[in-house]
Design a protein around this ligand. Structure first.
Ligand code: ADP
Length: 451
């Protein structure tokens, strides 16, 4: 096992990793920008190192500074959290070159899945069903119109190196295709430095259902059921739950087994998420994330397995925590991403939290690095924290979530709490009858004008 882990992240996920390290008896090193000197993860870690000024590129993405921090503190492994360097294959390699462990998958798997076109090819090869689309990147020499017509309109133009919902444009009809190709290409070029795009069938009313996997890197791998992340705004997840309200035990076992088998064949190491769109009873692979995800607590609540702790264990050469048969899904969990944003316009609202009261009680979990008088800096994401609620049934979970949201107080900044208080009372949500465009329609209808 590792002796000392450096956590190359900030906010709630840095705290989450720190908690797992403490329970494993591993010493921790926090790193922080000058803007985060008072942050909770810095206070709770055994040691901390300032790695630069506020902009991420000068601090949390600053690889030489992170290496120096490992050297100074004697850390032997680095946990990247999510975002920042978590899916940077080169970072994983650089750490290895310095005799440091990267707590994550093998660098070749990070690289493979980071390229969405290669990821789709790999998925197809491993027997995972994919969204119909172009074979690979669609370049100027290709007849994009012919490819799109073969797929059938509407089609979605997607960036090969896309992420966070950027570099994606829908072409409803033939007339839209050229503009969608150039807009998506330009957006991808400026956001990711890579203009290559590909085409996919645009699914009309799918759900986003993702499978959590865990591999030991030696051919052992299991799946831990699914999360339904269909409630999205601008392709960004807002509310996640598990199990999905629409998936039968048979359908779960089938897609889960396909994913676990694929991870065994790859000899995948660590935690990962295989993301699908699900429509009319069919799964369509869209991408794989090779890191711990924001919404991982949903799975932890229904399986009782600490994913971050197991991620660290397998990275150190340990075995999987159990066999596939030993995984039993228990009850239902929902996560709400509470952001420092106006609940109607979603304009970021950084600043001082003047009053903070997290909810409590049975089945209520808060993953947050916020506290009273904490100032949310304007430089990073706007997350205040995640509220995760567990119940024996989905109905119990919803009632518990309703009361937990009503208890929660975050004053001084605007938050998305009023949106969640409205959502938890919406018939469409209560019935579990929603798809990936549901929230955008709901917001466009102005139902949250009076939160
Ligand atoms: P990113 O890496 O930018 O998050 P994804 O490929 O994971 O991109 O897609 C993000 C979201 O975009 C999905 O959850 C879904 O809402 C939407 N999306 C992606 N592909 C399609 C598709 N083929 N048809 C309809 N919606 C899609």
């Amino acid at each position: 096992m590792f002796d000392k882990i450096l956590i190359a992240n900030r906010g709630e996920i840095a705290l989450r990793v720190l908690r797992a390290c403490k329970e494993l008896g591993i010493a921790t090193v926090a790193v922080h920008s000058t803007a985060d000197a008072d942050a909770m993860h810095v206070r709770l870690a055994d040691e901390s190192v300032c790695i630069g000024p506020p902009p991420s590129k000068d601090s949390y993405l600053n690889i030489p500074a992170l290496l120096a921090a490992c050297e100074i503190t004697g850390a032997d492994a680095v946990h990247p959290g999510y975002g920042f360097l978590s899916e940077n294959a080169r970072f994983a390699e650089i750490l290895a070159e310095h005799n440091l462990h990267f707590i994550g998958p093998k660098s070749e798997h990070i690289r493979l899945m980071g390229d969405k076109i290669e990821a789709k090819k790999t998925a197809r090869r491993l027997g995972i069903p994919v969204v119909p689309g172009s074979e690979g990147a669609v370049g100027p020499e290709d007849d994009a119109m012919a490819i799109a017509k073969a797929i059938g309109f509407p089609v979605l133009v997607k960036a090969a190196s896309g992420g966070g919902g950027r570099g994606m444009k829908v072409a409803q009809t033939e007339a839209d295709l050229m503009l969608a190709l150039s807009t998506a290409g330009n957006e991808a070029k400026s956001a990711f430095g890579d203009a290559s795009v590909y085409l996919e069938k645009y699914l009309q009313k799918p759900r986003h259902i993702e499978i959590q996997v865990l591999g030991d890197g030696r051919g052992g791998a299991i799946h831990l059921g699914e999360r339904d992340c269909s409630l999205q705004r601008r392709h960004q997840k807002v509310w996640e739950e598990g199990p999905s309200p629409v998936l039968s035990a048979e359908a779960r076992a089938k897609i889960g087994a396909t994913c676990a088998k694929a991870m065994q064949d790859m000899q995948y190491l660590g935690v990962g998420t295989i993301e699908f769109l699900y429509e009319d009873g069919e799964f369509y692979f869209i991408e794989m994330n090779t890191r711990i995800q924001v919404e991982h607590p949903v799975t932890e609540m229904i399986t009782g397995i600490d994913l971050v702790l197991e991620q660290i264990r397998v990275a150190a050469g340990g075995d999987l925590p159990c066999t596939q048969d030993e995984i039993v899904l228990n009850g239902h969990a929902i996560e709400c991403r509470v952001n420092a944003e106006n609940p109607v316009t979603f304009r970021p609202s950084p600043g001082r939290i003047v009053r903070y009261h997290p909810p409590g009680g049975l089945g209520v979990r808060i993953d947050s690095a916020a506290y009273q008088d904490y100032v949310i800096p304007p430089y990073y994401d706007s997350m205040v924290g995640k509220l995760i609620v567990h119940g024996k049934t989905r109905a119990e979970c919803l009632m518990r979530l309703r009361r937990a949201l009503d208890e929660m107080v975050v004053d001084g900044i605007e938050t998305t709490l009023p949106l969640f208080r409205a959502l938890v009372r919406e018939p469409g949500i209560i019935d579990g009858d929603y798809h990936i465009h549901w929230l955008e329609h709901y917001l466009a209808a102005g139902d949250t004008k009076k939160p």
